[in-house]
Ligand binder design. Structure first.
Ligand SMILES: [Zn+2]
Length: 119
């Protein structure tokens, strides 16, 4: 497990897709978006993909309405517009708890996608 950024603040490349997935009028998404300054990286996926476990101080922001996971989803495409996988946002008890990247290909996606690759 790569622990190099564990415990650190969310890297910018994680904040941008989270902002993109949560930026709408859904009340759960709005509340999770309001939590974005606060999460820290608490773990990485066992495989080389870019999925992150997140945790935050629950005193820092109000809980979002609890919904079934994933709390938000987007599909991901490559530079040619071909679908390559997707991104899932997870929440636990109304708090951001994970950002997962999955792929349709054999190789894991090792970098979080920029927002313009999401739809
Ligand atoms: Zn993985």
């Amino acid at each position: 497990m790569d622990t190099s950024t564990t415990g650190g603040p969310l890297p910018r490349e994680a904040v941008r897709p989270l902002e993109a997935l949560l930026q709408d009028d859904d009340p759960t998404h709005r509340a999770l978006l309001a939590q974005l300054p606060h999460p820290r990286v608490t773990g990485h996926c066992q495989c080389p993909c870019a999925s992150l476990d997140l945790g935050l101080d629950r005193a820092a922001a109000p809980a979002a309405p609890v919904t079934p996971d994933p709390a938000a989803t987007a599909s991901m495409h490559d530079a040619d517009g071909e679908p390559v996988g997707g991104v899932l946002v997870f929440a636990q008890d109304g708090y951001l708890s994970g950002l997962e990247v999955y792929t349709w290909a054999d190789e894991p996606i090792t970098r979080l996608p920029p927002p313009d690759r999401l739809s």
